[in-house]
Write a protein that binds this ligand. Structure first.
Ligand code: ASN
Ligand code: ZN
Ligand code: CA
Length: 309
């Protein structure tokens, strides 16, 4: 029932104070939000690898485990984004329980969606801080669940790169003050860097044009590499610019997000490649804004600019 819902507060990975929903259950507070869909729950693996681990609890509802606070608060923010902007109730569209586990393994420098839940390492403290401290990271991981339940893009080669790119695009839409991924939790000793850039993928060695795509077998056929091609197209669509001599008029983040969400949920399929992504985005812009809209023209120009026909 809703009567045991309580607003908790605490400090995140970066020391910032925030509020989030918790539940009072048998005399203690638990990191369980029963106000969104079928719930949002946050667990600790206590530096082991058994999942989901133990549901986090606290005696006074002031939470000092930064990794847990951020995993919980940022899952709530991502849920709210999909609900408020795309009218989607959780990752399956039917209120699915969103479960996260923090403190996975020891000094673990990654985060992932395992098909059932999100999982976050603490990082080693120099390469990474606890990974849930990045809103874009949390949004990226939860978007893998949305993709799995919708287009089902297979996680290798071009469909896998599109799967990764969709996660980066919505990561950047939800954590919307830059076009970098992971900047808040990556290399705490270095300012201004991140894991990937949608604005300029080449800054991190990733391709910004189809002619530069990786065709080897590492990284499931370059899923975190070739994502740069579609990331650059999405960036150009939102912000505009001239790339390899092709000019794109930016249409803004909002319309860009609408187009990619519509493409993901109506047109992309498990084996979609980059060319199918272009067609899906053009058809989505047509559905949403009309065949002769500026949005359709910009989608065409953005994919021309990255060499995808
Ligand atoms: N953090 C990575 C990702 O979400 C984990 C993975 O390789 N799947 O893409
Ligand atoms: Zn990913
Ligand atoms: Ca970011």
């Amino acid at each position: 029932n809703m009567l045991d819902h309580v607003t908790g507060s605490g400090t995140g990975v970066l020391g910032d104070t925030k509020q989030f929903e918790t539940t009072l259950q048998s005399g203690k507070y638990v990191l369980s939000d029963k106000t969104r869909g079928k719930g949002i729950e946050t667990y600790s693996a206590n530096n082991r690898t058994t999942l989901p681990g133990t549901l986090l609890s606290d005696s006074d509802n002031y939470w000092t485990d930064g990794a847990a606070v951020d995993a919980h608060a940022y899952a709530q923010r991502t849920y709210d984004y999909y609900r408020d902007v795309h009218n989607r109730n959780s990752y399956d569209g039917n209120g699915a329980l969103i479960r996260s586990t923090v403190h996975y393994s020891t000094r673990y420098n990654n985060a992932f969606w395992n098909g059932y839940q999100m999982v976050y390492g603490d990082g080693d403290g120099s390469t990474f801080l606890p990974l849930s401290g990045g809103l874009d990271v949390v949004a990226h991981e939860l978007t893998h669940a949305v993709t799995e339940k919708t287009a089902g893009l297979i996680y290798q080669n071009e469909s896998g790169a599109l799967n990764e790119s969709i996660s980066d695009i919505f990561g950047a839409m939800i954590d919307d003050d830059d076009w970098l991924m992971g900047e808040d939790i990556y290399t705490p000793g270095t300012n201004g860097d991140g894991l990937r850039s949608l604005e300029d993928p080449s800054e991190y060695g990733d391709p910004d044009h189809y002619s530069k795509r990786y065709t080897g077998s590492q990284d499931n056929g370059g899923v975190h590499i070739n994502s740069g091609i579609n990331n650059k197209a999405a960036y150009l669509l939102a912000e505009g610019g001239t790339h390899y001599g092709v000019n794109v008029n930016g249409i803004g983040r909002e319309d860009t997000a609408k187009i990619y969400y519509h493409a993901l949920t109506h047109y992309l399929t498990p084996y979609s490649n980059f060319s199918a992504m272009r067609r899906a985005a053009i058809q989505s812009a047509t559905d949403l804004f009309g065949a002769s809209s500026k949005q359709v023209k910009s989608v065409q120009a953005a994919y021309d600019a990255v060499g995808v026909k």
